[in-house]
Design a protein around this ligand. Structure first.
Ligand code: 5GP
Ligand code: MN
Length: 346
């Protein structure tokens, strides 16, 4: 059995908010990943099943890899349908905030979200959730929002109503947020839940294939080029860095999501504990950080890149040129080396 995540009182309160709501909006973080999209779709299927008028609004475009999930066509992208999305947010009775801990993480949607009079329920697993919702279910010890959501659904007494479409969406988030169950994936509850999802009819092997066996030639060559030509390895600091300019991205007809996972690759070297990938965007440098073991990638993101995230997966932004960002990153390598050395000793 999977232990309760909501108290009886919390479950009653949440059920009441759902019962009373006529219009429900689901939102997730900017640059939605598998967990954000999976949780949003699963919640959408559940609410639809209860007969609720429900909308999913994402701050910006989501990766094409997830289009196979049922319900994706209903997702509204805020940057494309701004006015409609804002009217839905302002007229909602209830808003589910999924897979983020701070209203700023919905980017341009933040003012509309915070201004809305709707009741808000946060379901998330990032550290240090801000208090901006009427109910907050923040579980950083759980590896995906989709897992938190599965448990919430059960505690609301809605397991029986979960369809295979909702189950597929939940599995997608659990799988992608744990690197296909290769990190943050030692809790037994994960596998009890997978067993339940299989009971619902998911085909986990097919979901893996739909998400991962989708490389284009350009994508494969871009990632190979990045590793072969652009990876800087600093064994003395247990670190590796990859920088990609817009010109390089354009050369391989970069599409959003094409470099997903690239930052993890240097960690496959045994002596590398920290990996950084810096990508030039039109007005900023996007910084992705990954680490192994107890190395706090989120500390580097917070201290140096105005960002945040999890212990082993974090990110932030740098304002300046890619060259300046690269020099800045190389400049803090001794700090990273010291942190890595301390961890190796302990
Ligand atoms: P990714 O490298 O996949 O873009 O991001 C990994 C994780 O880092 C995300 O799940 C999120 O928790 C965190 N993250 C990435 N970018 C930012 C950012 O700009 N600000 C904050 N606070 N967190 C970020
Ligand atoms: Mn997540």
């Amino acid at each position: 059995m999977v232990p309760r995540i909501l108290s009886k009182r919390e479950a009653d309160e949440m059920s009441q908010l759902i019962d009373m709501a006529k219009r429900i909006v689901i939102v997730c973080h900017v640059s939605p990943d598998g967990d954000a999209i999976g949780a949003s779709l699963a919640m959408w299927h559940m609410m639809n099943g209860l007969g609720k008028e429900t909308y999913i609004i994402v701050p910006d475009q989501y990766p094409a890899d997830f289009r196979f999930l049922k319900g994706c066509k209903e997702i509204l992208v805020y940057t494309r349908y701004t006015e409609f999305a804002e009217s839905l947010i302002s007229q909602a009775d209830l808003i589910f905030c999924l897979d983020f801990n701070d209203p700023q993480r919905v980017d341009l949607m933040c003012p509309a979200l915070t201004a809305s009079k709707a009741k808000k329920i946060l379901i998330d697993h990032h550290l240090h959730a801000k208090s901006f919702c009427d109910m907050t279910f923040s579980h950083p010890e759980i590896s995906s929002t989709c897992e938190v959501l599965f448990r919430v659904i059960c505690n609301l007494g809605l397991y029986e109503q979960m369809t295979v479409d909702a189950a597929n969406a939940i599995y997608t988030g659990m799988m992608t947020d744990t690197g296909n169950f290769t990190y943050n994936s030692n809790s037994r509850e994960i596998y009890l839940i997978i067993a339940e999802l299989i009971k619902k009819g998911i085909n986990k092997d097919a979901i893996y294939a739909r998400i991962h066996n989708t490389n284009s030639e350009d994508k494969l060559r871009l990632n190979s080029y990045a590793i072969f030509q652009k990876m800087e390895v600093y064994p003395q600091y247990s670190a590796a860095i990859i920088l990609l300019t817009q010109e390089e991205l354009n050369r391989y007809h970069y599409q959003k999501g094409d470099t997903e996972g690239l930052v993890n690759v240097p960690l496959s070297m045994g002596n590398i504990l920290f990996s950084a990938f810096l990508r030039e965007e039109s007005n900023l440098i996007k910084v992705s950080l990954r680490s192994k073991g107890n190395f706090p990638a989120n500390k580097i993101a917070t201290d140096y890149f105005n960002g945040g995230g999890h212990l082993n997966a974090a990110g932030g932004e740098f304002y300046g040129t890619l060259e300046e960002a690269g020099n800045f990153m190389r400049g803090i390598l001794p700090v990273i080396g010291d942190l890595a050395a301390q961890l190796k000793q302990s």
